[in-house]
Design a protein around this ligand. Structure first.
Ligand code: C5P
Length: 332
């Protein structure tokens, strides 16, 4: 059995409407989510008999290894894999795994890095053991691990509903003109990790958008994408999308320093600035990836020469990313 390597992409919520609290304590959502080429890298290899699962990580600090979703994903995958493993005449249970995680996605940032690691770990574990589980079972394991985990099994832009686990793949931008670039995304994450439960609690306590703007914007974007949206139309919608996150007021209630920070980003980029998930990652859309790269370079200089100050003990994480999406069919 060989080394298995998986990339675990980050995601951005282009819209995020919170529809209400549920009896189970979760919240019903309506959100358009897109995966990015900013990714953690997970490598997994089987260990000898009687070993236990291990995790070593470098890059951003993911916190205590024992709490990590990668190890929980291995355990959950093993529980379901043991049946097919024994049915194939192999005794005992699937062996322990050694995992190495290169964390390139900031942690507790609204980019779902930990959830993506869990989806990658599930897939890598099954590949390392040579066990197939059908899609429904994989989805169930993913949903048990976390609301955002199933999104990463699908591998493309999707409408997420329910607590985030009900997914409808959504056609991505069509591009009638080959000369058009695909949009690029600027990401800026101040070093003030936000706890998702704390942000939802702030929403419960009343830190909300007064109007139902996010809900309408999210439904409208879903409709437009389903009908086939041209590549350049997304950046035209950027201002509406940037204000279509119902968790933004709650993120600000938890971390008020995000208000002047967002204002500074708007001033320096001249763009509409959105927040991803429960924050604190801010995003802006650009007509092309090279434009997003130029904006990231400009903001990095602004941090160095003091034009941009960010909350937190460290400088903000600043990056340009591409949206990962299947190449669209070209209608002739
Ligand atoms: O599902 P996951 O464990 O990632 O969610 C973390 C926390 O975020 C939940 O315990 C809950 O407090 C909150 N949450 C929520 N509604 C959702 C997703 C998450 O309230 N749809």
């Amino acid at each position: 059995m060989d080394l298995v390597v998986r990339l675990a992409p980050a995601k951005v919520n282009l819209t995020l409407a919170v529809l209400g609290m549920r009896p189970d304590g979760y919240h019903d959502l309506h959100s358009i989510m897109v995966p990015l080429d900013l990714a953690d890298r997970l490598s997994v290899s089987p260990l000898p008999p009687r070993a236990v699962d291990t995790l070593h990580s470098d890059g951003f600090d993911p916190g205590r290894a024992s709490d990590n979703l990668v190890l929980r994903a291995f355990a959950a995958a093993r529980r379901r894999a043991v049946g097919p493993w024994r049915a194939a005449g192999r005794g005992g249970e699937p062996p322990a795994l050694a995992a190495r995680l290169e964390k390139r996605i900031p942690v507790a940032a609204g980019l779902a890095g930990g959830s993506s690691d869990a989806a990658a770990a599930l897939d890598a574990a099954l590949a390392a053991w040579g066990v197939e589980l059908d899609h429904q079972v994989r989805h169930e394991i993913a949903a048990e691990l976390g609301s955002d985990v199933p999104f990463f099994l699908a591998g493309g832009p999707a409408l997420a509903e329910g607590r985030g686990e009900r997914l409808t793949p959504i056609p991505w931008l069509r591009d009638d003109d080959e000369r058009h670039d695909r949009p690029g995304v600027l990401l800026v994450t101040p070093a003030v990790p936000l706890s998702t439960p704390a942000v939802f609690r702030a929403w419960d306590a009343g830190a909300r958008n007064p109007a139902a703007g996010a809900r309408h914007a999210s439904a409208h974007l879903a409709d437009e994408l389903r009908r086939g949206m041209a590549s350049d139309a997304l950046t035209v919608r950027a201002a509406i999308l940037a204000s279509a996150n119902d968790l933004a007021p709650a993120a600000i209630a938890v971390e008020p320093a995000l208000v002047p920070f967002k204002r500074a980003l708007m001033r320096l980029t001249g763009r509409s600035i959105g927040i991803s998930g429960s924050g604190p990652t801010h995003w802006a859309l650009y007509a092309s990836y090279p434009e997003a790269v130029a904006a990231a370079e400009e903001l990095t200089s602004a941090v160095i020469d003091g034009r941009l100050t960010a909350p937190g003990q460290y400088p903000p994480f600043i990056a340009a990313a591409r949206i990962l999406a299947p190449v669209p069919r070209r209608d002739s």
